[in-house]
Ligand binder design. Sequence first.
Ligand code: ADP
Ligand code: ZN
Ligand code: ZN
Length: 818
Amino acid sequence: MYFVDVILPIPVENAFTYRISETEYAFIKPGMRLAVPFGKSKIYTALAISVHQIEPRIYEAKEIEQILDETPVVNLAQLNFWKWMAQYYMCTLGDVMRAALPRAFLLESESIIKRISKTPIEPHLDAIDEDGLAILNAFEGNSILRISEVMQVLNKKKVLPSINKLIDLDLVALDQEIYEAYKPKLVKYVRLAPAYNEEEKMHEALDELSRAPKQRELLLNYFTQTARSPKPIKAKELQEQSEASSAQLKALVEKGIFEIYKIQKDRINYSGKEDSPIKTLNENQEQALGEIKTSCQNHDVCLLHGVTASGKTEVYVNLIKEYLAEGKQVLYLLPEIALTTQLVARLQEYFGNQLSVYHSKYSVHERVEVWNNVLHHESKAQLVLGARSALFLPFENLGLVVVDEEHESSYKQYDPAPRYQARDAAIVLAHQQNAKVLLGSATPALETFYNASIGKYGLVTMNKRFGNVLMPENSIIDIQEKHRKKRMTGHFSDDLLRAITDTLELGEQVILFQNRRGYSPIVECNTCGHAPQCPNCDVSLTYHRHRGQLRCHYCGYHIAMLQKCMACGSEELDTKGFGTEQVETELKELYPEHNIGRMDSDTTRGKHGFEKIITAFEQGEIDILVGTQMLTKGLDFRNVTLVGILNADSMLNIPDFRAHERSFQLIQQVSGRAGRTAKRGRVLIQSFNPHHQILQQVSMNAYEAMYHEQLEERHIYKYPPFCRLIKITMKHRDFQKIEEASVWMGQALKNVFRDQVLGPEPPPVSRIRNEYYRNILIKIPRKQSLEKTKKAILKVRTTFSSISQFRSVKIVLNVDNY
Ligand code: ADP
Ligand code: ZN
Ligand code: ZN
């Protein structure tokens, strides 16, 4: 008898064994997908990990449905990496598999498919088999179908290959992510309106503009340019040349003299000039590159600590070139998609089609394509740029992993399992493949800098900005005093307003940072003090003025904004605190002639949300950009000279051992967006607590002072890097039950780990979506075996789960939960 062990994409502890025939035994290789029955009627896509002849002892092995691949789609190196991840982050291989494989690889009976009506069937008729046609017919009258329904229609279980074929032909899509063509970035261009194409009219227009000199200059510049070359003229460039504002350009459009049109700038299939010469590195960059290479001889990991705009990206590019030239694969990790928009364009200039991009906002299709290109060592996937999930691509020959902005908290996946830290996992992945890791940041994570200080990682420093542009000039504004002296207009101090006005007058751009979205986080009754709460969560509802709603940021619950207090009926409702929306509203009143943009998770929904805003800002269509921490992520805007932080205190007061470190990083990073190219930038930080040591350190760009002070605190209070943390979160809908269960768990853990256990404690928001939360934190000293600790925790969990009244309590294990 022959058997295959498989991983199922569900959280079950063990691999499952299925029966196979002798021929199948000879054919199946680890890493191939199989369709297998599971439970009473489910079909899953499973991944073969080994074939053997040992019959399972405790259950009778079922037969597989069928083999889905001709050759493996997952390689052995990946399986190895998955095993490490499951073991280290205390989850199952199925959890890792689910995170790792593109959704399109994981058809299961509950999956829903949709017909893509845009794609006609006719051209593909030859490629569609009978089953395929039957499936397409089944869509008549149904917009969606479950795979299990397809099984009924075809009256058989082996339907996945036919569905896969239809997906490949773009006729059908998985519902989770309907295939959407990659919309390229739109760039605005100007041309003369047809009516003005005659000489005579041209003169008329110029006369007409005699009293609007800037507009006249725009027009003259336009003529000069068209006379010089027939190339389309970018709105933004024309505006810059004429030192005009976007409003002045707009006026010409409104007068019917200019027309704005858009040209697509394709990003995914790069057709521009390939292999632009790499920028020549300056002396500092050259030196850094040399030092990195030397460091790579003794260290597997090197930290490049370079101030914002020191030109780290160009250093990465040069290093990447060398690895690619050796025929190695390179992975370039980014914390978030917000960044890729700019970086893709930058990297494509150097690497052309050698570059592939991989992240969760890409469609199933695009992702499968990149996956296969990496798997088959295609030249177009030698360099992959991606968010954390790119770690799971089928690399076999990695030479280098670059982790850009390595301090970013979005490298950590919080939910669902695997709850991995992509930077840390990248180091393990690189180690498994004998590759090197380059971590880059202007504000390294404390743990990283610690590892570099003790010599575990190499350390290379760049402390000058490219072109010797000075670091921005920081000032802290005491808004308590400004309030007292009545020098505040809304949330703006007189100093900040003056700076904004000056900047706009010079035709330069402004970034304003407020770490909260919405209009205001609390609505309070002036009469009785009642504040509306979410019925499902323990938080107050945030007022979103634009939508006229009160919304919960945890569960999405929303109601229309109240006219009266729910408790006492008073009409005197007051808002407390403020978010980006309120800043935007105030700005629009203060600067009605200027364009204000907002970047937060409310305005960047959808695949191209970020891109639209970033492009508009780059093109000068937005003068002031207001945003949350999305603004901090390494964006490179050339014309921003002022950054304002509206309220630094809210970040500093978050109850978390990293709050101070994170505030430093956030403020330093937004500040880093100012004055990146020629002129020195200015940063104004408003705070009620201007003497806070973190603000002082930020304003002096004193990373190391911050580092030493924070490290000392971590030492005293026993936090990473001096110990490891494992957080256990328990959830249940019943308050009484969660109390009992968490106390039991806390006690059981204390019996083993004594005072290394903190909690159980309710988190700051202790009820979300009607579930009550309790946290227990285990601090593990460096010298204590992590292996044994985890074993002991799992043992306690097993005992816990065997207690019948606790069975319904959910437990989440989070290793390195920060
Ligand atoms: P960092 O990643 O350190 O914040 P960047 O790599 O974005 O800095 O560089 C900052 C700016 O300086 C960018 O606009 C970049 O184009 C420019 N720059 C960096 N290095 C060079 C170089 N060698 N030649 C020309 N421009 C450069
Ligand atoms: Zn009231
Ligand atoms: Zn809620």
